[in-house]
Write a protein that binds this ligand. Structure first.
Ligand code: ZN
Length: 332
């Protein structure tokens, strides 16, 4: 099931307080080989590794080649759009592609760089407005990924940028790792998928053109990568930068407390320091349950679900900071 490196050990958090230890009954305490009654999975759904596909500049070949190939496989990519760029296809980017469930990031409005803080403010605000318009069903404010445009002047200080990113709820993405720049062949790219799975890491690739345009990756190489991702998707969390950022922030800031762990029920709380208005992605919890609990009912507030145990444990989503979580054997 879950090997040790796939799971974040939070035994310290669980047992740091003597009070919590005292509440954990003998059955758990007498089994020191067990990892602990409840853990937060390192990655969502207990996946072994994580991966992200990012696409910059709203390049036309992304509309033509990337979106159809992702759609065919039911995969998502994150597109760092420039709504003010001359080649920007408004119909595709503001209607067709959002409807497919793709994610967008802020890459500034024009991709011409910024002269000063006031100009940077305008560039970020205008790109954010378009992104908000593309996804009218999503509540605001929400976190949006930011990718700084390369190869253009960027005349603001680190502090000015930090202030602006906070103002617009922008989260800077991971350092650029470019196809056709850092990763030149299909093998370079698929090797990164293996790395994510073997080392349990988050890996990502940033594309510009695919089968055309600038800094272009070949379409056959791109399809090889997608086929590899598709073959591994049972074990790989293929996600977007904001979901990744939320999961890691919530996971690393979480405080999980087992309030009760007995033969009838397990009760726990999952607190988190992050602002629940912005950090609203459920974490994946893994709870060890008694051997005769084949089916469990998991409830948190009004949410109730039935989860089947596997190898003496259940894996389920829980929202940090919300109501108490109760696990009981189903049908009892
Ligand atoms: Zn760019």
């Amino acid at each position: 099931m879950f090997t040790s490196h796939e799971i974040v050990r939070i035994t310290v958090a669980l047992f740091a307080s003597g009070l919590v230890l005292a509440l954990v009954p003998g059955a758990w305490a007498a089994a020191p080989a067990e990892a602990g009654p409840v853990e937060i999975a390192k990655w969502k759904d207990g996946k072994a590794g994580a991966f992200m596909l990012e696409f910059d500049d709203s390049a036309p070949s992304q509309v033509k080649n990337v979106v159809p190939e992702l759609k065919k496989r039911g995969m998502i990519g994150t597109f760092y759009i420039n709504p003010g760029a001359g080649h920007y296809n408004k119909q595709a980017w503001e209607h067709d592609i959002p409807a497919l469930g793709m994610e967008y990031g802020n890459h500034t409005y024009l991709h011409k760089g910024v002269r000063d803080a006031a100009n940077a403010d305008e560039e970020l605000a205008k790109a954010n407005e378009v992104i908000a318009r593309c996804f009218p069903d999503r509540k605001m404010p929400r976190l949006i990924s930011f990718g700084r445009p390369g190869g253009v002047p960027w005349n603001i200080t680190a502090d000015e940028q930090k202030t602006l990113l906070a103002k617009y709820n922008l989260v800077e993405r991971l350092p650029f790792n470019g196809a056709a720049i850092h990763l030149k062949t299909a093998e370079d790219m698929t090797r990164l998928v293996d790395k994510a799975l073997e080392k349990g890491t988050m890996e990502h690739i940033d594309f510009h053109g695919v089968g055309g345009d600038w800094l272009s990756a070949s379409l056959p190489d791109f399809m090889t990568l997608l086929d590899k991702l598709e073959a591994c998707r049972d074990r790989l969390w293929i996600t977007d930068p904001v979901s990744y950022h939320k999961y890691v922030t919530e996971r690393d800031g979480a405080e999980l407390k087992v309030l009760e762990s007995g033969p009838q029920k397990i009760r726990l709380t999952l607190a988190c320091k992050a602002d629940p208005k912005l950090y609203d992605l459920p974490l994946t919890l893994i709870a060890r349950v008694p051997a005769d609990w084949k089916q469990c009912q998991v409830s948190q507030g009004k949410e109730k679900s039935t989860v089947t145990a596997a190898g003496g444990a259940i894996t389920f989503p829980a929202l940090p900071g919300a109501d108490e979580i109760v696990i009981q054997p189903a049908g009892k």
